[in-house]
Design a protein around this ligand. Structure first.
Ligand SMILES: [Fe+2]
Ligand SMILES: [Fe+2]
Length: 286
């Protein structure tokens, strides 16, 4: 398996990164960190934002021109989650380890002024574009407090992958990244089962969902979009306060509040976040 230093960021493709930054700042209190511009060879611009109480950043990519791979992504899938990025101690070792595991990183090793990088194609990973990088100099990562936006955002909990085969996918995550299964559950009433995995050296978790039977939201997702990232789950301070504040902003969670079996939670439709399905939950008060 690869040595993972940490999970670095979640990346999203957007039509307009400034609008998207403002949207996430308002909803979740994500804080703008830095902007990057398009260069020859990097046909996108965008920014990186800080997620409250979570050592993970959120990146926004906007295409620079019609030939940009980000534009192709937007044309095919619309705005939404684009890739996940992890830091490795040594990019060459990471690439040899991938090859030993039978995975050829596409495009080999590339670099910019700050990073060496390699990519695992979604067809090799069950639907996720993974970016691996080794920083050229030491980076400091700071958790921040700050405001939690409209929803009272507290922290990021997990990213979730829609899969057609949970067992195979969990083995892949373990073999390649050393993730470990922390829990499993089944919701036949909603047509799916799931498992939650720990990512080495990272608080953020990785969830895998597989449909049970022919009906349900997850089978619909797989039929329409294929295997890929499904939602991002975050803890908020209070579901009731989030629902109220969202409604003041003209946003209604589809399906309302769910509090059976798991934690009280709601979903924010991709329509209201410009492309990403968010699950918001609260920890039960003791
Ligand atoms: Fe990225
Ligand atoms: Fe989830």
């Amino acid at each position: 398996m690869l040595a993972l230093s940490r999970f670095d960021h979640i990346s999203m493709a957007a039509h307009n990164w400034r609008e998207q930054r403002d949207r996430f700042q308002l909803l979740f209190g994500f804080r703008f960190l830095r902007q990057f511009n398009a260069h020859p060879g990097t046909p996108f611009e965008g920014c990186v934002t800080r997620i409250r109480n979570t050592q993970v950043e959120w990146e926004l990519l906007e295409p620079d021109g019609p030939d940009s791979f980000v534009q192709r992504f937007l044309d095919q899938r619309g705005p939404g989650l684009h890739h996940l990025t992890v830091q490795v101690p040594d990019i060459k070792e990471a690439v040899s380890e991938l090859e030993r595991l039978g995975i050829t990183p596409f495009g080999g090793i590339s670099e910019d002024t700050m990073w060496w990088m390699a990519y695992i194609h979604p067809r090799d990973s069950g639907g996720v574009l993974w970016q691996l990088y080794q920083p050229k100099s030491v980076q400091s990562v700071n958790g921040t407090l700050g405001e939690g936006g409209v929803v009272g955002f507290n922290r990021l909990d997990h990213v979730s992958l829609a899969s057609s085969n949970l067992e195979e996918q969990a083995v892949w995550q373990e073999r390649v990244f050393g993730m470990e299964v922390e829990g499993r559950w089944e919701r036949p009433d909603q047509g799916y089962k799931g498992c939650l995995m720990r990512i080495p050296n990272t608080e953020l978790k990785f969830e895998i969902l597989e449909p049970i039977g022919e009906e349900g939201f997850l089978q619909d997702f797989l039929t329409k979009r294929g295997k890929g990232l499904h939602h991002v789950s975050c803890e908020v301070e209070s579901i009731d306060r989030a629902v109220e504040a969202l409604s003041e902003n003209g946003i209604k969670p589809p399906g309302g509040v769910e509090d059976s079996l798991w934690k009280r939670n709601i979903f924010l439709s991709p329509r209201d976040t410009n492309g990403v399905l968010f699950q918001l939950f609260e920890e039960a008060s003791a």
